[in-house]
Design a protein around this ligand. Structure first.
Ligand code: CP
Length: 338
């Protein structure tokens, strides 16, 4: 695993990969590699080791306004394994239901003493707006169909571990591209590091990509692109975002379901990724999801290491800003005078 000289991480927020330099992405991935041996928390295993308690005494808020299994759980485990306390915010039972704004919600909870907010929201740009309004670190856990930076980083870490590099790879990203923040963040990340990402899907799923600021390569011919692929990243069909999208289930399966027969067209040693949750039997056949080329559960393990890296780098950058006087320190302001 080649390690470039990492740029010093200076951002208190991780909002997307669109604005990051290649060196910053590599810095995050290298830091995740440092944490990888303790990412599973199984310190009793020979390969495992206890995580450094670098976030001891810190508080992280998981502010999720959309459902999540992997991202919420792995941010929680990442923060706790570094010694932080994690507060779980549940939108449905919060004062958001009484029309409190997201910014007021974030400011009020920050006033109780926070170091980082991890936010998932259905509105594009919501984490960015929160980051402008508050002092503490903000990490985007997925905003609408815009960005999901830690998902793309964990995908890239899995690719780097399994294929040995992140340049000169060809990766097909297949399925409901139109509604996918995972596809967008991966496109930014992979192309910045010198790989090629091809968006593959039926025409209806390749519309609405005008917001993307990187060059976009698309194909409707899944079978045609497979021979070039080092990896195939399948996406979930996001039925909940499908209002007005023409979609025939059987047509889709015929053209875009990844079966073992179809996967045999890819390069030898090609690996299969999926961010989860999977629609089994729709975008992915069971034989592939659970087959030898699948790295889907390995991605999930990488996610803990990536989120440990993201939390510690962003909180570290925030601390340096406060120390340098560039940002008021909420902790100091909270200090009680005797
Ligand atoms: N991949 C992903 O974001 O999964 P969750 O929605 O379960 O967090």
């Amino acid at each position: 695993m080649a390690k470039n000289t990492p740029a010093k991480w200076t951002r208190k927020d991780l909002l997307g990969l669109e604005d990051l330099a290649a060196e910053e992405i590599t810095c995050l991935l290298d830091k995740a590699d440092d944490f990888f041996p303790c990412a599973t928390g199984r310190a009793e295993r020979p390969a495992g080791k206890p995580a450094p308690q670098t976030l001891k005494g810190r508080t992280v808020l998981n502010l999720f306004c959309e459902d999540s299994t992997r991202t919420r759980t792995s941010f929680t485990l990442a923060a706790e394994r570094l010694g932080a306390r994690v507060i779980q915010f549940h939108a449905a039972t919060s004062s958001l239901s009484k029309h409190e704004t997201l910014i007021d919600t974030a400011r009020n909870i920050e006033a109780m003493g926070l170091d980082a907010i991890v936010i998932r929201h259905r509105e594009r740009g919501a984490p960015h707006r929160v980051a402008e309004a508050i002092r503490c670190a903000v990490l985007n856990a997925g905003d609408d169909a815009h960005e999901h930076p830690t998902q793309a980083l964990l995908d890239m870490l899995a690719l780097r571990h399994k294929l040995g590099r992140l340049d000169n790879l060809t990766i097909a990203i297949v399925g409901d591209i139109r509604h996918s923040r995972v596809a967008r963040s991966n496109l930014y990340g992979l192309t910045k590091l010198g790989s090629r990402a091809i968006f593959v899907g039926p025409p209806a799923f390749l519309e609405g990509l005008d917001d993307i600021t990187a060059p976009v390569e698309t194909s409707t011919d899944f079978d045609g692109v497979l021979a070039e692929c080092d990896a195939v990243m399948m996406l979930r069909v996001q039925f909940e975002r499908h209002e007005g999208v023409a979609f025939d289930l059987e047509d889709y399966k015929r053209g875009y379901q990844l079966t073992a027969k179809r996967l045999a067209r890819a390069k030898e040693g090609a690996i299969v990724l999926h961010p989860g949750p999977i629609n089994r039997g729709l975008e992915l056949a069971d034989e592939v999801a659970d087959g030898p080329q699948s790295v889907i559960l390995y991605q999930v393990t990488c996610g803990v290491a990536v989120r440990m890296a993201a939390l510690s780098l962003c909180i570290g950058a925030l601390d340096r800003e406060c120390k340098a006087g560039r940002r008021p320190s909420g902790r100091a302001k909270r200090g009680r005078k005797s």
